[in-house]
Ligand binder design. Structure first.
Ligand code: PBG
Length: 313
């Protein structure tokens, strides 16, 4: 019998606090904009000034950092606003770095929010082309790093992008900017609410050519190994809850920090059921994030971060 919380706490195997969480933020152009995202209740589209306000709150809650996604004012075939030094993400990075002294600023590096076709790479003849995409991703990472990002996080799943980004950063004297690689990113239906939030659904086809088959785990270990060889400082598994075995396998086979992304669909399902009174949101969120940590994640990216920090504070 473990009737006392003191005793239960003494023998608890997994502890999780907000210092291991990263909170995603969606940045839009403009000023003073704060619009709730329909598919992600309690998350907002924020202009750079509002993103900085939000980041201050995230920092105050003891959360490690924010992950920035950008929605550009216009899209084109090569996603040029994504690698512009004056894009929405660099602007938000500068605003946040001005406001927050401790908070880590991580930026998502991917073209899909910025391309008219919605794919994560350059499209030629109806196909996503791996190698021509690498230069653009490196440019995007440089724009984010020059604005002050501490960590860049490529999520596109092109082969060789970690090495391309690492070389570009080092060549520009940005050797202390870290690379968090979305190493094992599955072609998942759980990204649905995000694609609505980021307006990044592919206009034709799907992402199964470059994202991973949910049936595979050995392939995840291969992807992780390649990214570590190319210089990744942290490797990520995504989504989290349907892939706890993958998180565990990655944790056991590699010695860099492991991150897990508790994605939009995982969040939206909890929110929807909680709104209907079908589940106890606080308990479900704590249980979920604890399970992801127990599986082996050192770092968790989650839309629940602010609530979790308030509940555990
Ligand atoms: C961009 C990207 C996606 C997510 C993070 N970066 C969507 C996708 O690959 O389609 C998903 C995040 C989430 O669902 O919360 N490539």
């Amino acid at each position: 019998m473990r009737r006392s919380e003191r005793l239960r706490s003494l023998v608890r195997e997994t502890r999780l606090g907000p210092e291991r969480l990263i909170y995603p933020i969606f940045v839009v152009a403009g000023r003073g904009l704060r619009r709730e995202i329909a598919s992600l209740p309690a998350c907002f589209h924020l202009s750079p000034d509002e993103a900085a306000r939000e980041a201050r709150e995230v920092e105050r809650l003891g959360i490690a950092g924010v992950l920035l996604f950008g929605l550009p004012e216009g899209k084109d075939a090569t996603g040029s606003q994504g690698w512009s030094e004056d894009g929405v993400v660099p602007r938000a990075v500068r605003a946040i770095r001005d406001e927050c002294k401790e908070l880590l600023v991580v930026t998502d590096v991917c073209l899909c929010e910025y391309t008219s076709h919605g794919h994560c790479g350059v499209v030629e003849g109806g196909e996503v082309k791996n190698d021509p995409t690498l230069d653009l991703l490196a440019k995007m990472a440089l724009a984010h790093a020059r604005a002050g990002a501490h960590v860049v996080a490529p999520s596109d799943m092109m082969d060789g992008r970690v090495g391309a980004i690492r070389r570009a950063l080092d060549a520009q004297g940005l050797g202390d900017v870290a690379v968090l690689s979305y190493a094992a990113k599955y072609a998942s239906a759980f990204y649905g609410p995000f694609r609505e939030a980021a307006d990044s659904a592919p206009q034709f086809g799907d992402r199964r050519g470059y994202q991973m088959d949910p049936a595979n785990v050995r392939e995840a270990l291969r992807e992780v190994r390649l990214d570590v060889q190319e210089g990744a400082d942290v490797v990520m598994v995504k989504p989290a809850l349907p892939y706890l075995d993958v998180i565990r396998a990655v944790r056991e086979t590699c010695d860099v920090p492991v991150a897990a992304y508790n994605v939009s669909g995982e969040y939206a399902m909890v929110k929807a059921a909680a709104q209907r009174g079908w589940i106890d949101e606080e308990r479900v969120v704590k249980e979920t994030l604890t399970a992801i940590a127990r599986a082996g994640a050192d770092i968790i990216l989650t839309y629940h971060a602010k609530d979790f920090a308030r509940w555990s504070g």
